[in-house]
Structure formats: C-alpha cells, structure tokens
Design a protein around this ligand. Structure first.
Ligand code: ADP
Ligand code: MG
Length: 437
C-alpha cells in the first residue's frame, strides 16, 4: 500500500487558520483620543465622535466592547432577530456569518443606531445605547459604518469623502492625510469615486469610517461587490488597516472562507439567533450542530455509537472524541448511545490498494472506490464510495465520502483505496441533533 495523504489535522488550505497567537494579538491598542467633534453626519453612516463621549483609558477598556442581549427586531410581522445574544471582544475582528436574509445587516444597523430594538439591550463600553425604550443616536455612539456598497459621495473627491464626517478643526489637523497614508490613497486624494477601482473605493469608505477614531467599526459585506481576483488583495489590505488602528471591528459576511480566514472570532447567525460564537478553529473543529458543520465547510456525517472509550464508528474503528465538543464519553456506561460524528475531508488518510484483497484485508479502515477526483491545485477532493465490508446495519456508512488530498495528490476514478480516520473527532449525541439542527 502507498500512503497518499498524511495531512496534519486542520492543515488544509481551506480549513481555518492555525492556532497560536491571533494576528491581532500583536497589536497594542492605542488609547482612544477624545475629539471635540460635535458635528454629526449624514445617512451614509459615517458617525462622528461625540464630545460627550467619555475618555476610555487603556486601564478602563473593558474586555468586551459590545454586549448584545435578548435582541429582537421585526419589520412589520416578519421577525428578523429573535433573541440575539453576543459579546464582542475589545480589539478583535468579529465576523458575523450567516446566509443572505439571516438578519446580518439588521443587526449592524441596530448596533449603529439606524434601527431601534423591539426588545433586548445593546451595551457599548459602559453605556447602554439601546434598551428598546431609549436609544443613543447614531452620531453619539462612536461607531464607524462601512455600508455594503461603500456609498461614497460621487461629487466629492477622495479627500473630501474621507473628511466628510470630521469637524473643521479635525479636518485641518492632518487627520485626513493620516488616513490617506494609512489606506495608501495619498496619491489619489484629488480623484473622484468613478476614477477609482472597486478595491480603492472600499479603502476610501473604510478611511471615512475610521477618520473620527471610532471605538467600533462595522463593515457590511465590504468585499461582496469585488471580483474574485481582487477580493483576496482587498481583504488583506483591509485587515492590515484594521490591524494598524487596533480598532474593534465587526465584519458581516455570508462567505465562510472569508470569516474563517480573516476573523479572530466568528458568530454564526441563523434564523435570527447566534447559534455559535468562537474562534475559527473552534467553529470548524467543533461546530454546534451538523447543519453548522456543513455550512462551514465540507463535512462527512456518520452514524456512531458513543462508548466510555470513544466513538465507535464500526469499520472505521473506535475514535477519540474532542473534549471541546461537549458530547463527553465519560467513564460510565450511561454515556453510551447513538451519535453523529463529523469527519472533515482532510481527516481521512488514504492508502491506495493494489487489489481487492488488500482493500478487504483485516487491517483497520474501510475500502472504497474513487468515483471522482477534483483537482484544485492547493488540494484535491476525492469522492469515494465505500465498498464491501463497510456495510454495517448499526452504523450504515453514507453512500459517498469526501476525502481531501494535500497539494499534488491525484488519483484516477476507479482506484481502490482504504480510508482511515485521524482522530480526535467531533460528535453530537443523537438527542442533541434534532434540537440544534
Ligand atoms: P442579511 O443582511 O443577512 O442579508 P437583512 O438584515 O438585510 O439580512 O434582512 C433580513 C430580513 O429582513 C430579510 O428578509 C429582509 O427582506 C428583511 N428586511 C430588511 N430590511 C427591511 C426593511 N427595512 N423593511 C422590511 N423588511 C426588511
Ligand atoms: Mg445584508
């Protein structure tokens, strides 16, 4: 047998970034400066700082800048947010991830103060900015907002767009030049929006939102209008600008890869609630339910039996369970029970078998036939149909399994393979699945 795939768990290019220091851990948060801004801005959403806003020193800065609790919002009879609870860590980039129509923009607009809560509470720093009865107006929240389409003023130059939300004194203080420098737009200060590329327009929108030194910046799908080739570059630029300012940021997106690769933390919004909030690694490795597992990337869902010694996956063996997934495999026999196991495609190891006898040998693992081989350059996705002895009435295997090979791996359709699993794996107890999914 030839070992084809021995990819360390989670090292897939499509998986989340590796552990260790967060990319924003290295940033020292600069103390917030209290400006003397009194001017508020337009509907475009660049929110100027309020003169009344209290100074926040490094020592006073709470670990969580935003706390949302029990937030409800309906438009007419249509409920959109149905009890959102979310804490946004100070200095972190939090992605709010959800399919189109899940209420992401509504949540951002409530945070910014453009909409009012029906029920619940939003706290920003040490202030309650909305408790469903009273609300702090947008211009007093110290929040910068980058709307989905950028919404630049077409008749204003780059410089004037960036300075739009600033009071005259700040406009003359060099703040605009600072932002143009930071966003690499210094050479284009006199241009108009139509003379800029999509990526440059996004940088202007971000510069405008950051100009009043907001405590929090909200970005609503800032990359969705960009073509795929530009998107990666603009994402990297935006990330480096946010890192340089050490601003707390909330990025709304429906793009799983964007959330996994960019954000320090991800909150997944589904049917008006946050179903899980954590690091990319936590969500990818131990998603709250099978539906979320599939939403965050390719997933094989297999029947399993939980035993005190791990998850029994029949022919795939007895596999260790990630303690973080909370299914627990304790010592007591009462922990035994039906479960669903998650195996990411990169968790399979693949041995090529020379003949059927090798595939059917007593060695652990399941034999399978490669049905498809999709080559992506950075990796390859195999579709494998389990064969022969993999039939197990207690834990029937899916008809097809997705298996990822690292870069360079390729197998032709019809190749016989044997699959084994690199544990630990995530599992959900059977009784947890219907409630969560
Ligand atoms: P997302 O940003 O996740 O795509 P939105 O927050 O924009 O979702 O919208 C959530 C739901 O609320 C959608 O069904 C949308 O049609 C509806 N909606 C959004 N804004 C309004 C509005 N001003 N009036 C009525 N319905 C709205
Ligand atoms: Mg939206």
């Amino acid at each position: 047998m030839t070992q084809i795939a021995d990819l360390p768990k989670g090292s897939s290019q499509r998986g989340p970034k590796q552990g260790g220091a967060s990319k924003r851990d290295i940033v020292t948060r600069s103390p917030l400066r209290v400006s003397s801004v009194t001017e508020s801005t337009s509907a475009i959403g660049t929110v100027a700082a309020s003169a009344a806003a209290p100074a926040a020193s490094e020592a006073e800065t709470p670990a969580s800048l935003v706390r949302i609790s029990g937030l409800y919002k309906s438009y007419g009879v249509t409920p959109v947010l149905r009890g959102v609870d979310l804490t946004i860590h100070t200095g972190a980039l939090t992605a709010v991830l959800g399919p189109s129509g899940s209420g992401k923009t509504t949540m951002l607009r409530l945070l910014a103060g453009f909409e009012r809560a029906d029920r619940g509470r939003i706290e920003l720093g040490d202030r309650t900015v909305d408790n469903a009865r009273n609300a702090v107006p947008p211009e007093k929240r110290r929040i910068g907002y980058v709307p989905q389409d950028g919404a630049l003023f077409p008749h204003l130059t780059v410089r004037d767009n960036v300075g739009f939300g600033l009071p005259r004194a700040l406009r003359k203080s060099g703040r605009i030049e600072e932002l143009l420098e930071l966003t690499d737009l210094a050479g284009m200060a006199g241009r108009y929006p139509h003379q800029l590329s999509g990526g440059q327009q996004q940088r202007v929108a971000l510069a405008r939102a950051l100009a009043p030194r907001p405590d929090l910046v909200l970005l609503d799908e800032p990359f969705s209008a960009l073509d795929a080739a530009l998107r990666a570059t603009v994402r990297a630029e935006v990330l480096s600008i946010l890192r340089a300012t050490a601003c707390t940021a909330v990025l709304v997106t429906h793009d799983q890869d964007e959330a996994l690769s960019m954000a320090d933390r991800i909150a997944v919004l589904r049917e008006g609630r946050v179903v899980q909030h954590g690091t990319a690694r936590e969500l990818y490795d131990t998603p709250a339910d099978p539906q979320l597992a599939c939403f965050l990337g390719e997933a094989n869902l297999l029947d399993a039996t939980l035993t005190p010694r791990g998850a029994d996956l029949g022919p795939l063996g007895l596999l260790a369970v990630l303690p973080e997934c909370g299914a627990g495999c304790g010592e007591s026999g009462s922990d035994k029970g039906g479960a669903t196991a998650l195996i990411r495609p990169e968790q399979f190891a693949v041995d090529v078998c020379d003949d059927k006898a090798a595939a059917d040998s007593a060695r652990a693992g399941i034999p399978g036939l490669v049905e498809r081989c999709d080559y992506y350059g950075h990796d390859t996705m195999l579709t494998v149909r389990p064969q022969g002895k993999s039939a197990d009435n207690v834990r029937p295997l899916p008809e097809k399994l997705l298996v990822r090979l690292p870069a360079g791996g390729q197998l032709s359709a019809g190749t016989l393979v044997k699959l084994t699993v690199r544990s630990p794996i995530a599992v959900w107890r059977a009784q947890e699945v219907p409630a969560a999914a």
